[in-house]
Design a protein around this ligand. Structure first.
Ligand SMILES: *[C@@H]1O[C@H](CO)[C@@H](O)[C@H](O)[C@H]1NC(C)=O
Ligand SMILES: *[C@@H]1O[C@H](CO)[C@@H](O)[C@H](O)[C@H]1NC(C)=O
Length: 444
């Protein structure tokens, strides 16, 4: 009789082992599921809709009805915000394997709600009813974004007064000012409680930015004097085409310049001089082309996912070299603006941004330019970057990061966005040495 408990023990161990191993761990653990995801119709494009994923704040410090909402927009033009979601700043990311989501220690939805929009229509899982509905300029982009966001706010009770911050990267350096300008100018009493605009490594004023490549890489030691001249020639070609308003050719000329730069430097990617391989956004493509991913996100199983969509890129190609700096000028007089760049980016980096910031038409510019640039230390006493702020404008150079700042510096990027939204720490300090000349000027 004594062997019976032993058999039972063995049996139960066996069953336990089976029950642990049998169901393979799902691709999306429950915690990794968005709070909501689906489609938001856009106007005026019947039948078209924007795909979104929304993650509510994990540890909100305000009642939800007052908790800020961050809207994230990817660049391209034509790339999906699911790259931002699953490779950069979302709560769960694919870091090394397409089949394994890992918790992001620097998720941007710790204190704030976070919504990723596949913008413009036709991108990622978004749907464009026809090719003609895909935006060809920033005005159309803004109209669609506004329509989609209003539906989202209306669908969720208690959301109507939540403070909204538009954020984004790269070509979203166009979209973020465009939606900000549209709301501030045309819908100031509308349904979006706009509180700020944030752009990471943005393309905003291409004419100024395209002229900074040669000097930037020359003084970084990446090219020699002869190559610098060659790059300058390529820049001038792009510039001349802009002046004669040959927008498509000007966009091509910029691509040519970047290819030349890539050839000369031999870098794995212009997005980050320190990387030995390109960023692994391809992992997101593998993740989202798995049937289970589409099922849990509420996407038709017949849809395939592309990181960037050629049709949308092509529709906006003539827009690439057009500046939206005047929209930032307009916005910064009325709401707060954050411009941050990873310092290792050779496409849309710090120099490229500072160059156009200096030319802003903004009443606070003089004060901003004389404001102290402060050293930003992380929690371990390591340099996280440099912060300069005056009035509504905040500029951050992020150390140890390239084009995809949240991928490279997850926790620091979250500290930055939280500090900026809440107006805390270095990101909330107005620190400026009163210029002596301006004091004299006022006393005369
Ligand atoms: C860059 O290198 C590739 C491969 O060698 C070459 O085909 C291409 O013409 C080069 N482009 C430029 C702009 O230098
Ligand atoms: C600067 O902005 C003001 C006010 O918006 C405008 O009247 C003026 O024309 C602008 N100046 C330039 C050089 O763009």
């Amino acid at each position: 009789m004594e062997h019976i408990p032993t058999i039972l023990f063995l049996l139960s161990t066996l069953l336990f082992a089976i029950s642990v191993e049998a169901p393979p761990s799902p691709l999306f653990p429950d915690e990794a599921l968005p709070t909501k995801s689906g489609y938001l119709p856009v106007k005026p494009a019947p039948g078209s809709s924007m795909f979104y994923t929304f993650y509510e704040a994990q540890k909100p410090t305000f009642p939800l009805s007052d908790t800020p909402l961050l809207v994230w927009l990817q660049g391209g033009p034509g790339c999906s915000s699911m790259i931002g979601n699953f490779y950069e700043l979302g709560p769960w990311r694919v870091v090394s394997h397409a089949t394994e989501l890992e918790r992001n220690p620097g998720a941007w939805n710790r204190l704030f709600g976070l919504i990723f929009l596949d913008n413009p229509i036709g991108v990622g899982f978004s749907i464009a009813a026809s090719k003609e509905d895909i935006p060809i300029n920033q005005r159309q982009v803004a109209e669609h974004l506004y329509a989609a966001l209003v539906v989202f706010l209306e669908q969720n009770s208690g959301f109507e007064h939540r403070p909204v911050y538009f954020t984004g990267e790269s070509y979203a350096g166009k979209y973020v000012p465009a939606i900000g300008y549209y709301i501030l100018k045309e819908k100031p009493n509308g349904k979006v409680n706009l509180k700020g605009l944030a752009i990471g490594n943005g393309l905003t004023d291409p004419v100024t930015q395209v002229q900074t490549h040669a000097v930037n890489v020359y003084y970084s030691g990446l090219v020699n004097a002869k190559q610098r001249v060659e790059l300058e020639k390529a820049q001038e070609i792009a510039l001349a085409l802009v002046k004669s308003q040959k927008w498509r050719e000007a966009g091509d000329a910029r691509n040519e310049l970047l290819t030349l730069l890539s050839n000369m430097t031999g870098l794995a990617t212009l997005y980050n001089t320190a990387r030995s391989i390109p960023y692994r956004s391809d992992l997101v493509v593998d993740l989202l082309n798995q049937r289970e991913a589409r099922r849990v996100l509420g996407v038709s199983e017949t849809m395939s996912f592309d990181e960037c969509t050629d049709e949308v890129e092509d529709a906006l190609h003539e827009d690439v070299m057009k500046s939206v700096k005047f929209m930032v000028d307009y916005a910064v007089e009325r709401t707060k603006v954050l411009l941050y760049q990873g310092m290792l980016d050779l496409r849309d980096g710090v120099v490229s941004t500072e160059e156009w910031m200096k030319t802003m038409n903004w009443s606070g510019l003089g004060m901003f330019l004389t404001a102290e640039r402060r050293v930003w230390m992380d929690g371990d006493g390591v340099i996280a970057g440099y912060v300069q702020r005056w009035g509504n404008l905040c500029h951050v150079a992020v150390s140890g990061a390239g084009h995809f700042v949240p991928t490279d510096q997850a926790v620091n990027s979250r500290d930055m966005i939280e500090g900026w939204v809440l107006g805390k720490g270095l990101f909330g300090v107005d620190d400026v040495k009163q210029p002596i000349s301006s004091k004299l000027y006022h006393s005369i």
